[in-house]
Design a protein around this ligand. Structure first.
Ligand code: TPP
Ligand code: MG
Length: 655
């Protein structure tokens, strides 16, 4: 569609006016970025982006990611102007107010058309890498007629300065993700002032060095922007387009300075901007002719979508494609069911990381949309299966990603894959390095995405690598993240159960905390008891005085402890508690039955004790409130008091 170029200026000014007025009304927000990038966004949406506001979830749409999420008014303006059902003008009037879909930063679950939640700088771009991976992967499986789209990102100086940018672009360049195009708001301003306060990096050189194509343009010259975007779209490499812009462009006295970044312009400057832009409409009013130009852009996507729908209707794989995009698991999991029966029978004594691998061998056969990977710890995380062959620039159909030593980049890419849809990502690293990707794990939860983190070497039980590698506070600190399921299974069967539960959770991420060391089998029944988060593994024989609550590798220890107590006539239940979050969702009667008021409750977990008090009350917490040490695992457990005898002594003293 070619619009008369003279129409583009007023269209861009509509973004500027809405942005400055909404921020002014909220007395909060960031006018500088949307005003500065209004021209680039207008060219992108008018000539390049494939989208249909009437079908915001159409699978073959281009994905638009506002990585510079503080500029949220840019996307709210665009969605409104192009004709998405929401935000309405009233929504925009309520920018940043309680329950407004126009939240402070863009949130994927608030508005169709917002592909991911952004604001933590750098992560939008890194999620876009995952979207571009998912696009190529699905293209390899379903062909051009169903999957053939681009990922467009608007990123600021901050997104490019963050450490995660290095991980993300390194991965994208290596994987030759040519569908990814990043429009850099090169305004040379951040909050503190000019970028030369803090950086003298040659960004184009850095991008070229990682295998990217780089184009540059004057971000206020429509023809030049269109030329650069065409080059980006045509180049087979991922592209960075450096768009030289003026922050707050249109505010005559404030533009170009850092004060326009994140504060309302003020009544006087807004009046001056109206004058300067020739914008005579009242706040939250867009002249009919300008709105109609925007709406005509929105409408043009309908024909592209109709053509796609026609191809889809005639495609032999349409059903399977729809199932995957809807995130619905296959109805039958025959390989996994057979595996469950086999281990219930064979009772393997294995590390839970190894049990995870065995479960994955079956699951990745049954669930073709699972795409695994590891941050260079494949042999330790046990994440690679026979069914998952390598994903690479020449093998986009592969299902195993060698992420390299890029934990944060991996986690953000997995978020992007899940958000794109059609793929269920899982990826591994050591539990202790979850800190490296913690904010992306948090973003999995905020965005309600099924991303599965395989975090192995989950305690001092990893032994000789010592305290730098021994997680102590990690399991508990992950439990502190809302809407994240943290599983710490106790044996091979529980590990398989926890995998099944993670996969069933279509709208929540999961962590599987897994051991390096072997653990005995504790159960042989096939009911998924982990589904209730905690369950009574052993009931007291003698009159019950004690309830031991344990997770993972400490469940077997709790059983041993209970045996010693029983021998002394002290009845003890053992409750295995693989997932706090699921237990907390059980009804009061179930919870009270496991945690009876009249027994001494004792938690046993090789990590910090902070938090266990909510279950044990003034009972006992057996844990590790200090860093670990380097030694073989058995010696460490003994040294730190994780033996039946040591625990029994504490219990009898307390009784
Ligand atoms: C990880 C992270 N750190 C810090 C911030 C706070 N913050 C928001 S915007 C911003 C400056 C970003 O500069 P730039 O990307 O150039 O945006 P511009 O000022 O050009 O709009 C900062 C530090 C953040 N949102 N995320
Ligand atoms: Mg900037």
């Amino acid at each position: 569609m070619t619009l008369d170029p003279s129409r583009l200026g007023p269209m861009a000014n509509a973004i500027r006016a809405l942005s400055m007025d909404a921020v002014q009304a909220a007395n909060s927000g960031h006018p500088g970025m949307p005003m500065g990038m209004a021209d680039v966004a207008t060219v992108l949406f008018s000539q390049f982006l494939k989208f249909d506001p009437a079908a915001p979830h159409w699978p073959d749409r281009d994905r638009f990611v506002l990585s510079a999420g503080h500029g949220s008014m840019l996307i709210y303006s665009l969605l409104h102007l192009t004709g998405y059902a929401r935000p309405t003008m009233d929504d925009i009037r309520n920018f940043r107010q309680l329950h407004s879909v126009c939240a402070g930063h863009p949130e994927n679950f608030e508005l169709a058309g917002i592909e991911c939640t952004t604001g933590p700088l750098g992560q939008g771009l890194a999620m876009a890498v995952g979207m571009a991976m998912a696009e190529r992967h699905l293209n390899a499986g379903f062909g051009d007629s169903l999957v053939d789209h681009n990922i467009w990102v608007v990123a600021g100086d901050g997104c490019l300065m963050e450490g995660i940018n290095h991980e993300a672009i390194g991965l994208a360049g290596h994987l030759k993700l040519g569908r990814l195009n990043v429009l850099w708001d090169d305004n040379r301003i951040t909050i503190d002032g000019d970028t030369d306060l803090s950086t003298s990096e040659d960004i184009p050189a850095r991008y070229r060095a990682t295998g990217w194509h780089v184009a540059e343009c004057d971000g206020h010259d429509f023809a030049d922007i269109a030329r650069a975007l065409s080059e980006a779209a045509a180049d087979p490499r991922p592209s960075l387009v450096a768009c030289r812009t003026i922050i707050g462009k249109g505010a005559p006295n404030k533009q170009g300075g850092h004060n326009v970044h994140g504060a309302p312009l003020g009544a006087d400057e807004i009046a001056a901007a109206r004058e300067y832009l020739g914008w005579t409409s009242a706040p939250f009013e867009v002249p009919a002719d300008i709105l109609s130009d925007w709406r005509s852009l929105g409408a043009k996507g309908a024909s592209a979508r109709a053509e796609w729908e026609a191809r889809f209707a005639g495609n032999a794989n349409a059903r399977e494609f729809s199932r995957r995009m809807a995130g619905v698991l296959p109805q039958q999991l025959p390989a996994f069911d057979a595996y469950l029966s086999a281990i219930a029978e064979s009772q393997p004594k294995v590390a839970t990381r190894k049990a995870s691998e065995s479960a994955l061998e079956a699951l990745t056969v049954d669930i073709q949309e699972m795409v695994g990977g590891s941050a260079d710890l494949t042999g330790s995380n046990n994440t690679k299966t026979k069914a998952t062959t390598p994903f690479g620039a020449d093998t986009y159909g592969g299902r195993y990603v060698y992420y390299g030593i890029r934990e944060f980049g991996m986690a953000a890419a997995m978020n992007g894959m899940a958000l794109h849809g059609g793929v269920i990502p899982y990826g591994g690293t050591f539990l202790v390095f979850s800190d490296y990707c913690r904010n992306a794990i948090r973003m999995s939860a905020i965005q309600k995405q099924r991303v599965i983190y395989v975090l192995t070497h989950d305690s001092i039980g990893l032994g000789e690598d010592g305290p730098t590698h021994q997680p102590v506070e990690h399991v508990m600190s992950l439990r502190a993240i809302p809407d994240l399921l943290v599983f710490r299974p106790a044996d091979a069967l529980e590990t398989a159960e926890c995998w099944a539960l993670s996969l069933k959770e279509a709208k929540r991420p999961s962590v599987l905390a897994l051991t390096r060391q072997n653990l005995p089998a504790l159960r042989s029944d096939l009911e998924n008891k982990s589904a209730r988060g905690a369950y009574r593994l052993k009931a007291a024989d003698a009159p019950r005085k004690v309830v031991l609550l344990a997770t993972g590798s400490e469940v077997a220890l709790a059983i041993d402890t209970a045996m010693v107590l029983e021998a002394q006539g002290i009845g003890a239940d053992v409750v295995s508690m693989p997932c706090w979050e699921l237990f907390d969702e059980q009804d009061a009667a179930y919870r009270a039955d496991l945690l009876p008021a009249d027994a001494l409750k004792v938690s046993v977990e090789a990590g910090i004790t902070l938090g266990w008090q909510k279950y044990v009350g003034d009972g006992l917490t057996i844990g590790l409130d200090r860093f670990g040490a380097s030694a073989p695992a058995e010696q460490l457990f003994e040294y730190f008091g994780f033996t039946a005898d040591a625990i029994v002594k504490k219990i009898t003293a307390k009784l």
